[in-house]
Every structure is written in C-alpha cells, then in structure tokens.
Design a protein around this ligand. Structure first.
Ligand SMILES: Cc1cc2nc3c(=O)[nH]c(=O)nc-3n(C[C@H](O)[C@H](O)[C@H](O)COP(=O)(O)OP(=O)(O)OC[C@H]3O[C@@H](n4cnc5c(N)ncnc54)[C@H](O)[C@@H]3O)c2cc1C
Length: 384
C-alpha cells in the first residue's frame, strides 16, 4: 500500500521549503521531495545574500506582497532564532528616468512608502564609497536590505519538520499522474499518493512543467566577491546600503555590504546579464574575462570595491517573457496541482509570502493575496 499524504511538495528550495512550512503549519500531512540535499548550491537559492526592498521598480502590484513578506521574515526569525533579514537601507541609482529610479519612485508614491530622493552630491556625502556621475540620482529606502537565502531555506525546512512534514532529500520526483481524486508521484525508490501536488521546481521548470504553456528561459548568472581596497570597514552593513545601479544602456549591477567577516569581502553581480543554459549543462567555472568586466564596471561606481578578487559562484534565473512570476493552480490540472515558478531572478525576497499563497491555493483553491499578475494563462497563444 502506498503511503498517503494530503499534499506532496516537489522541490524544497526557496519556494518549496516555504510551501512545506505553511502547509504543515495548517495541519496538512505533507511529503516534501527534493532532488538534492537540504540547502544545496545547485539551484537558485544560495550565495549568502539576496536583496529585499519595497519600492519595487518592477511593478507596484508587488508591494502588498512585500509588506506581508517583511512580516513573515520576522515570524520566521522569532520561530527559529535564525538571522533572516538585515535591513541596512538601499539605494536605487541611475538617471532620473532610469527604470531603477523612476520605477521605484512610482511604487513608493503609489503605496506611500518612506523614501528619499538624493542627488549625486547628497549620495556621495551620505555614502562615501559610492561615486555617481553628476547626472545620476538615487532613491534611498531605509527599509531595503538583504535576506539570507540559506538561513531562510534552513528555517522553513526546520519549521516544516517540527510540524510533522515528511521531508525526503536526494529523492527526485521522476513523474506524476492523476490518480483517483488526486495524484500519484513516482521516485526511483517509492510511489506516493496525495490529494494535492505542489511543484516548485526552480530551473527544472522547463522539464517538469511542459504542459504549463510558459516559455521559460534558464539563465546562468555569476556572483563575485571582492575585498575592498581599504578593507571591509566602510562596507559593513551599519555603514553601507545595498544598491542597484543602472547604466545608460539599462544594464543594472547590484551589490551588498560586507556581511561575512573581515576577510570575506562584499558581493556584487549583474542583474540579468547571463547566457542561456540548463541545470544539466551550466558552466560552473567563472572565467577571467567575467571577473575583469565586473571589476571594470565597479571601478567607476564604487572605486574602492574591486581591490582583490576573492571568489565567484554561478546561479540560475528561470525567467518568463515578461519577468513576472507564475503562481497559480495548474490550468491543465486545476483540481489537484499548484505551481510556483518562473521567478525571473527576483523571487527570493518573496519566499515566505509565496509559501503562504501556495498553501492558500492548495488547501482552499483561492487566495486573498493579489496574484493576478502571476497567472500562467497570460502566455496562452491568442487564436489567429
Ligand atoms: C545570482 C542570483 C541572484 C539573485 N538575487 C536576488 C535578489 O537579490 N533578490 C531576490 O529577491 N531574488 C534574487 N534572485 C532570485 C531568487 O533567488 C530566485 O527567484 C529563488 O531562489 C527561486 O527559488 P525556487 O524555489 O524557485 O528555486 P530553487 O531554490 O532552485 O528550488 C527549486 C528546487 O527544486 C528541486 N527540484 C528540481 N527538480 C526536482 C525533482 N524532479 N524532484 C525533486 N526536486 C526537484 C531543485 O533541486 C531545487 O532545490 C537571485 C537569483 C540568483 C541566481
């Protein structure tokens, strides 16, 4: 006789671990299946830090979700004692009409979020490591900062485990099919049945969700750590904000204060500048020319940062054509399958609220959160 669960969650990375927590917190009997070990480096939820912010240049529709995510960071911190969020402040830098500045301002104004606009001189005075051109400005948001992906995933797994979820690692789902009123899931070792299936596959979405109708693109992204010229002092979180810095071509770099100790440097990366890849074929080697390009770019914006190159690591974005998420009941299996995928390189800050939304959709079929932007049917081909 196959073991029976209320919900099977496939993928226990950022989103799946949060879903397993919220589902088990509501009393569901949860099985979690993960291809790799707990808190691994093979997907999209590693590298020590992720930016979080509320004046969201991507679209004001994300703001209510961010307000809820911030509440949940605190809940998870209280429940586990882990350090999840460091709200060191953040600057979105660029020309006044750049997406980073104008888009952030739009969200801040629409939602009445606290913010300041700084001209180049004020920005230099306030944060002496930053070296804007005279025609660049910044939106400063005190509540911006960073969240720690490995801590967040570990915390959600710990909470799910405490609440009785059955979490199985190194046991990938091979396939699933409709079964009676629910689903049947097969792994190499076992066959499981459940009323509901939740799929949070990260970069494996193109393979696991072929009938979703979303043209995902998986991109290779590089994170770089540099030891600043004069050490990390002025880069510590009490002195240094997170930043997103857009050039005149619309290319953004973003970075963090030094959060890992005196010798571990500070992290910086390009936002959306990666080549197309797959989880099976991604080149995990970071090449000299990539490091040189980053050092060159930073030498203009933050001249003290590219002192000594320390290390780099790769990660994957799974993007949709409009760079908005997919969080929904599966249109082809609306009674039994929920999906959370296509986070397009900006999903981590939403992890806890995505867990809450997935639990709502799975257990009640609907959610009070505004998720209209994330419906996969927006990509359905329009009839000729
Ligand atoms: C370099 C980089 C920087 C980023 N910066 C930011 C940022 O500053 N702010 C921000 O908000 N977001 C950022 N993001 C995006 C954010 O990290 C991702 O949107 C988020 O981590 C995606 O989570 P996920 O759960 O979809 O994927 P993952 O965490 O990768 O989880 C998917 C899981 O599914 C598992 N899986 C796949 N197939 C199977 C199977 N068949 N059976 C069982 N398990 C399976 C995988 O092993 C994996 O654990 C960044 C991403 C990268 C790569």
């Amino acid at each position: 006789m196959s073991p029976t669960y209320d919900v099977i969650v496939v993928g226990l990375g950022g989103m799946g671990s949060a879903a397993a927590h919220h589902l088990s917190a509501r009393g569901a009997r949860v099985l979690g299946l993960e291809k790799f070990g707990p808190v691994h480096q093979q997907g999209s939820s590693h590298g020590g830090s992720r930016i979080t912010r509320q004046s969201y240049f991507e679209d004001p529709a994300y703001v209510p979700l961010l307000l809820r995510a911030y509440e949940l960071y605190e809940e998870v911190e209280r429940a586990t004692g882990r350090e999840i969020a460091t709200l060191c402040g953040g600057v979105m830098v660029g020309r006044p009409d750049s997406r980073a500045v104008a888009g952030s301002l739009r969200s801040a104004e629409q939602w009445g979020l606290a913010h300041e606009l700084l001209d180049a001189g004020e920005l230099r005075r306030r944060f002496p490591t930053l070296n804007p051109r005279d025609d660049e400005v910044a939106l400063f948001e005190e509540k911006a900062g960073l969240v720690r992906p490995e801590s967040m995933v570990a915390a959600h797994l710990e909470l799910a485990d405490r609440q009785g979820a059955d979490l199985r690692f190194n046991e990938p789902m091979l396939r699933w099919e409709p079964y009676r009123d629910g689903v049947r899931v097969r792994t190499a070792e076992n066959t499981y049945t459940a009323g509901q299936l939740v799929v949070c596959p990260g970069a494996w979405a193109p393979r696991l969700l072929t009938d979703l109708g979303v043209p995902f693109t998986v991109e290779r992204q590089v994170m770089h750590w540099f030891q600043p010229v004069n050490g990390v002092g002025s880069f510590l979180p009490e002195n240094h904000p997170i930043y997103i810095w857009e050039d005149t071509e619309g290319v953004q770099v973003y970075g963090f204060p030094a959060i890992d100790g005196p010798d571990q440097g500070a992290k910086v990366a390009f936002f959306r500048k990666g080549g197309i890849t797959t989880p099976e074929t991604i080149d995990r080697t970071v090449h000299d020319h990539e490091v040189a390009e980053m050092a060159e770019r930073m030498s203009r914006c933050i001249p003290d940062l590219p002192g000594t190159f320390l290390k780099a690591a790769t990660c994957m974005y799974t993007s949709t054509p409009d760079e908005h998420f997919v969080i929904s009941r599966h249109p082809a299996h609306p009674e039994s399958v929920t999906v959370a995928c296509g986070f397009s390189g900006h999903g981590f800050k939403f992890v806890p609220v995505v867990g809450e939304i997935v639990a709502d959709l799975t257990l009640t079929g609907t959610t009070a959160h505004p998720v209209g932007l994330f419906d996969p049917r927006r990509f359905a081909a329009t009839p000729a």
